[in-house]
Design a protein around this ligand. Sequence first.
Ligand SMILES: NC(=O)c1ccc[n+]([C@@H]2O[C@H](COP(=O)([O-])OP(=O)(O)OC[C@H]3O[C@@H](n4cnc5c(N)ncnc54)[C@H](O)[C@@H]3O)[C@@H](O)[C@H]2O)c1
Length: 485
Amino acid sequence: MRLSVIGCGYLGAVHAACMAKLGHDVVGIDVDPAKIAGLNEGQAPFFEPGLPELLADSLGTGRLRFSTDMADAAGSAVHFVAVGTPQKRTENGADLTHVYAAVDALLLHLRPGDIVVGKSTVPVGTARDLSLRIADGCPGASLVWNPEFLREGFAVQDTLEPDRLVYGLADPANGAQLILDEVYAQALADVRPRLVMDYETAELVKVSANAFLATKISFINAMAEVCEASGADVSLLADAIGHDVRIGRKFLNAGLGFGGGCLPKDIRAFMARAGELGADQALTFLREVDSINMRRRSRMVDLTREVCGGSLLGQRIAVLGLAFKPNSDDVRDSPALSVAAQLQLQGAAVTACDPEAVPNAARRFPELAYTTSVEEAVQNADAVVVLTEWEQYRTLDPAALGRLVARPAIVDGRNCLEPSVWRDAGWTYRALGRPKAAAVAAAPVAVPATPVAVPAAPAAVPATPVVVPAAPVAVPVPLPASPLA
Ligand SMILES: NC(=O)c1ccc[n+]([C@@H]2O[C@H](COP(=O)([O-])OP(=O)(O)OC[C@H]3O[C@@H](n4cnc5c(N)ncnc54)[C@H](O)[C@@H]3O)[C@@H](O)[C@H]2O)c1
């Protein structure tokens, strides 16, 4: 089938290449000439595992090409709209300028019977409005809302093998559903759930899924705050509650919180739209989800300051990780970049490294020193902070790294390192939501058999939890800079 994909960013470029892989004839269209020129040369405009190979493959078959000219969409039976829907500059709502511009430009080339398929994440009500516009501009063409659930880092696999397909339709009888089934025939052959619903529900499926995921992350990060205040360990807590199948362990890793081009702006746009609909009370909790998330960034800066002896001024900090998550070069609203920038702004000399995101990060925040080499970043560092849990950072050798730094102190912003391994190698290890020092795990002395030491006081856990005297705390831990410590 002939398809067009309008918008060739993280979503659209992958979608276009995957549709060609499935055997369709695809033209990807974007307003960015440099992106289109690169894509036609087989260059992925961002880091996404598997995409370069897929592009090379599909361009080689002649079934995939890219263009800046919307007229090239003419003749396609299905037109996917995958343009960006960023947060408006001065408010929480989504900026739909690109969606309307893309649909208006496409209208000039639509034919009756064509199907426009919305993939961008939009506020509820957008699809119905667009469907009226399309019906006006090209009677006989129709709109399906088909939200996208791909995860950056797994985008190729998620597009070729989606865990579900959602179709929002104006009228299930108009045939659009069958045509979209044909587009996705291979995925559907593997018996994937395909859920058909109205436009509004389809739009809400996407934003409510993101709201749920954001809430789950902020829930465990709120627990991390309480753990920090009480001396408990949020990682053990997450493991223990995660065994309950109703809760589950996924998306329950406490740390620096969520970021990227989707969750933050999507929950804000969701709140804004609920307000317009008079349902703002239903989503006031998302405001708290957002603030818990943002608080983690300041807590990370505070913790780093603590490890540096109370001041960041003149401290050499090695930042490991800049992308908002591993296996991506995306630094849009990246908690890692935000913390790295804060550390620098508060007087530290930051050398930041990331295997893929350095060019994007340097464009956004040119003041930092950047490298892709961990060894270079940690040279003579007073503290190392891990802000994105890339595999290569999770598996670092503390002994080898210890020989390069000025002071063996590490702050694990993603709870992705094993504390005992680092402490045993002589490092001061600190993490969000975990005790300052190792609890005595092997010997069951955390709670005395006869709790005579705790008379009337309700706080069974001392402010400073069980400290292992031998722990090589090389850096004095000063007064906590944050009330959470
Ligand atoms: N990135 C993800 O993981 C992901 C996952 C699911 C849904 N989404 C949603 O998909 C949409 C796109 O996200 P993205 O991350 O790919 O954004 P992006 O910024 O990477 O890509 C958007 C692309 O659209 C192009 N564009 C803008 N206006 C255009 C126009 N009028 N005509 C043609 N092209 C135009 C831009 O040049 C850009 O290349 C958003 O609504 C996002 O919320 C993204």
